[in-house]
Design a protein around this ligand. Structure first.
Ligand SMILES: [Ca+2]
Ligand SMILES: [Ca+2]
Length: 366
């Protein structure tokens, strides 16, 4: 596309990145949680969920809802006690429509009875009538049921985890593909593809999340540590923020917030349409502006391929805006490849943020 520098100038120069804090990772504070039952703070970054005595149960709940219409990744550490042969019952990570809840103890692990819900269990006690394997195992459960004839995925057997150690536990939710993947100690153990928002939460994408545990006749000390917790905050639409238009008019770079891409691809997702439509309205309201549309990638793959993909991403946005009535001569596209990340490429949340499109407006010379 043609871009005539003689006709227009950049109002301000490069790299005035848009509010970076909106994209920054969360820092974890234990005060961000409510505790129920026997749950109690233990040290700087851990909660004890149950004591190693009979019929103990506890759960913690994050105070803010999380939006399942957006992708996220959470990583934390679970400690499932030291008693292997006679230890019970396990820990469940829960998404639920309400917060500060505690389900049934014993085999219910503080999850049983919570509806609607999704639960990812790390179960250390075999309950034959629930079809539990005799080994420690993981499964993705739904609607407060801990029975495996009723679950979404699993059970998958794992090594003995009642070893007194902290075990890394990670949940990755890709809202685009609706795939939830569970990792334990660095390995992917199971996943499920499910329209969770529609099929479980009746269309409501904002849910609460917490972690529960319980003991029964047999017991263990269960803890959760949060030092590596990180997840995506819903950042909404660039144009929902009243400060955005003045900043754009000053020449600052705006990273579109709803425009992301599957890895290695350049097709525009329906979740991006609303924000791009608002960009088109903004350009129609300011007919003398020209914009640069800059495509970016994460650092996966080779540099030259990434540069080409980033160009395709920028071009895809320009074509979308053209269909909304913005002439191509008002748009200059450029593929920046992987060279200008706004987040760490070490996590999937960070890589997703980097697969983005940034815009910058130019005014004509007076
Ligand atoms: Ca069990
Ligand atoms: Ca065990």
């Amino acid at each position: 596309m043609k871009f005539t520098l003689l006709k227009i100038i950049a109002v301000y120069s490069l790299l005035l990145l848009f509010p970076a804090f909106l994209f920054s990772q969360n820092s974890v504070r234990l005060s961000d949680f409510y505790a129920a039952g026997d749950a109690a703070i233990r040290g700087e970054e851990c909660f004890q969920l149950t004591m190693d005595r009979q019929w103990s149960s506890g759960s913690i709940w994050y105070k803010e809802a999380i939006d399942l219409s957006r992708s996220f990744e959470m990583e934390l550490e679970l400690m499932l006690g030291r008693k292997d042969r006679d230890g019970a019952d396990g820990i469940v990570f829960i998404f639920h429509s309400e917060r500060i809840r505690l389900g049934y103890a014993g085999e219910g692990m503080g999850f049983a009875g919570l509806v609607p819900s999704i639960g990812i269990e790390v179960d250390t006690w075999e309950n034959g009538h629930l079809l539990d394997p005799s080994e420690d195992h993981i499964a993705i459960l739904k609607n407060g049921s801990v029975a495996h004839f009723n679950n979404l995925a699993g059970p998958v057997k794992i090594q003995n985890v009642e070893d007194g150690r902290n075990h890394k536990f990670k949940i990755n939710w890709d809202a685009t593909t609706q795939e939830m993947s569970i990792y334990l100690d660095g390995s992917k153990r199971l996943s499920v593809r499910e329209d969770i928002v529609r099929n479980i939460f009746r269309g409501k994408s904002e849910v609460y999340w917490g972690i529960s545990s319980a003991t029964g006749r047999w017991n263990n000390n269960h803890e959760v540590c949060l030092k590596k917790l990180e997840f995506d905050i819903p950042v909404g639409n660039l144009f929902d923020d009243p400060r955005v238009k003045p900043k754009l008019l000053k020449g600052e770079i705006g990273n579109l917030r709803s425009v992301s891409f599957p890895s290695g691809r350049s097709n525009i997702l329906p979740t991006s349409f609303e924000e791009l439509d608002q960009l088109a309205i903004f350009l129609k309201q300011n007919p003398d502006l020209t914009i640069e549309i800059g495509g970016h990638t994460d650092s996966s793959g080779d540099r030259e391929t990434n540069r080409k993909i980033s160009q395709l991403r920028a071009d895809a946005v320009a074509q979308y805006l053209r269909r909304k009535g913005i002439p191509l001569k008002r748009m200059y596209t450029r593929g920046y490849g992987e060279d200008f990340p706004i987040a760490s490429n070490a996590t999937e949340i960070g890589r997703k943020r980097n697969r983005r499109v940034a815009i910058r407006v130019f005014k004509p010379l007076p």
